[in-house]
Structures are given as C-alpha cells and as structure tokens.
Design a protein around this ligand. Structure first.
Ligand code: G1P
Length: 294
C-alpha cells in the first residue's frame, strides 16, 4: 500500500531548551530564518506526501499560525512591493494539507502517535519528530529513501544512526544484523538502555515508517522509561508479528531540541547560504584564529 500520510509529534514541553521554550514551541526555533518544523514539512513534501497530521499540545498555537494564511501581512507586503517575501510566506501556507490534533496529557511519544489512529485508519504512514532535521549528503529527502526500503520489504522501517557507545542511554537502541551496506534487519528494540544492556550502538533517529497495526500494539504498551508510553516499546511488541528493517543514516541528524546541536546547525546552514555564507565563513575564520587553545 502506498504511503500517503505523515504524522509529526510536536507536543513535548521542550524542557531541554528552557527558557526559550517556555512560551514558544521548540519546533519553531529558527535555523537561520526558517523554523525547524518547516524543514521537516519540506522533507515530507519532497517525498510526495501532502497529508500531514501534527500532534500538538499546550502552547503550540504558533505552529498552527505559521502554516495558516496571514492576509494582513500579505497585503502589507503587496503594498510595499516586497514580492520576494510575499512569495515566501504564501508558499508556506500552500505547503500541504496540515491537520492538528491535541495530545491532552503528555504521556510520551507512543501516546502522541496513538492520537493519530483516527486520522490514519488502516494505512502505513511515516512518523517524523518535529524537532529533528535530517540532512542527507546529497540533499534528498530521507523520507523518500525510507519509502523505497518500505516498498522493497513491505515492512516497517526505522532510520538508524550510529552513536557513541557511551551515549546509548539517550536513545532507542536496536539489535539485529546487517543485510547490506545500509540496511539492517532489526530483531530487538529497547528504549534508553544502560551501556551494558544495549544490543548495539545503532540508535532510533527520529524517522519511522509504521504499519497501522502499531495502534493495537500501543494499546497494549504499559508505561515504560520515564513512566511514559514509549513508541519503542510498542514497536518491540509489533516485532513479534512483523519483520522490521532499519536504514542506516549517511548524513547528519540535527536534534534542534538540544542547545549545542541548535547552535551547530545554525552555523552550518548559515555558512551554506548564498545571501550570507561568505560573510559568515569569514567571520568564523576571524574568530577561530583568535581562539585560545583549550
Ligand atoms: C525519542 C525516542 C527515542 C529516539 C529519540 C531520537 O526520545 O523515544 O527512541 O532515539 O527520540 O531523538 P526523546 O529524545 O524524545 O527522549
């Protein structure tokens, strides 16, 4: 069955990014001048999907407004003949069909995905974490690549990233074996294991293609790590019924909810921009030459 829908969980408080995330969704934090969530939507669109459900919570209205039309602003830009900016903001509101559902209590990622059940019905779908940008080396959409793997195996696919073995306790970690250079067959999943319990250093990297039977599994999933309903635990239940594959990321995962990643991503993207890249690169050279050794 073709993948036509995407779910973007974006309800979490963003406690790792306080105080900026106190009254502003972390998904709206800009990389140069574009909110993180817009990069995520662009990735979905490039994969040919135009039906997106966002799971949001309290304090996330700015996301809804960002993708809505703003007629007053459009008029203002027209009057001032600022047509480039006008096209830019009109493009955003024409992006995809975006639907919203409210996660009423923050009971974890698994619970957030469960809210998509009525919207998804009986189809496979993609899940993209709203605070994570995935940069492939050649600029393609990682969701497109994952869809190709899904079509080959007709089974769930998770994006995987090799992480420092000392940091496995921050992620969902998979066990299994390599099928070819970048495809992995998964036979176990564990959320935030200790270094000793981790079956590998391959981490779940914020993109999933799931089949609709995940919803039954979510219903059976007890509270796990941090007393939350974990998507990883529900996938472990689904794994008993289905084969599961991983696509190893060749590229960079930017976790914008993490302050250091946020800064690094802004520097990288600013350096690549046509309108300011040269100045940013010169600035970095200048300050780097004055840095004292650590
Ligand atoms: C979530 C998932 C985890 C995954 C991680 C990737 O954890 O539960 O399996 O590895 O995202 O960023 P969180 O970062 O929300 O604690």
């Amino acid at each position: 069955m073709k993948i036509k829908k995407a779910v973007i969980p974006a309800a979490g408080f963003g406690t790792r990014f306080l105080p900026a995330s106190k009254a502003q969704p972390k998904e709206m934090l800009p990389i140069v001048d574009t909110p993180t969530i817009q990069y995520v939507i662009e990735e979905v669109e490039k994969a040919g999907i135009d039906n997106i459900l966002m799971v949001i919570g309290k304090g996330k209205r700015a996301i809804e407004e960002h993708f809505d039309r703003n007629f007053e602003l459009e008029e203002e830009l027209k009057e001032k003949n600022r047509l480039d900016e006008l096209r830019l903001i009109q493009k955003i509101s024409a992006m995809a069909d975006i639907f919203f559902v409210y996660q009423k209590e923050l009971n974890g990622l698994g619970d957030a995905v469960h809210y998509a059940r009525g919207h998804i019905n009986n189809e496979p779908f993609v899940v993209l974490l709203g605070d994570t940008i995935i940069d492939t080396n050649d600029g393609t959409s990682i969701t497109s690549e994952m869809i190709r793997v899904y079509e080959q195996f007709q089974a769930p696919v998770i994006l995987l990233e090799e992480v420092d073995p000392q940091k496995v306790s921050r992620y969902g970690i998979v066990g299994g074996h390599t099928l070819d250079e970048n495809i992995f067959e998964i036979d176990s999943l564990i959320e935030k294991p200790s270094v000793q319990d981790a079956p590998s250093n391959l981490a779940v990297a914020g993109r999933y293609i799931l089949t609709p039977d995940i919803f039954e599994c979510l219903e059976q999933t007890p509270r796990g790590k941090n007393d939350e309903i974990q998507l990883t635990d529900a996938m472990q239940i689904l794994l008993k019924r289905r084969r599961f594959y991983g696509l190893k990321l060749k590229g960079i995962r930017h976790d914008i909810g993490n302050k250091l990643d946020f800064i690094k991503t802004n520097i990288l993207y600013a350096m690549k921009r046509e309108d300011m890249g040269k100045e940013v690169r010169n600035f970095i050279r200048k300050i780097a030459s004055k840095l004292p050794p650590e």
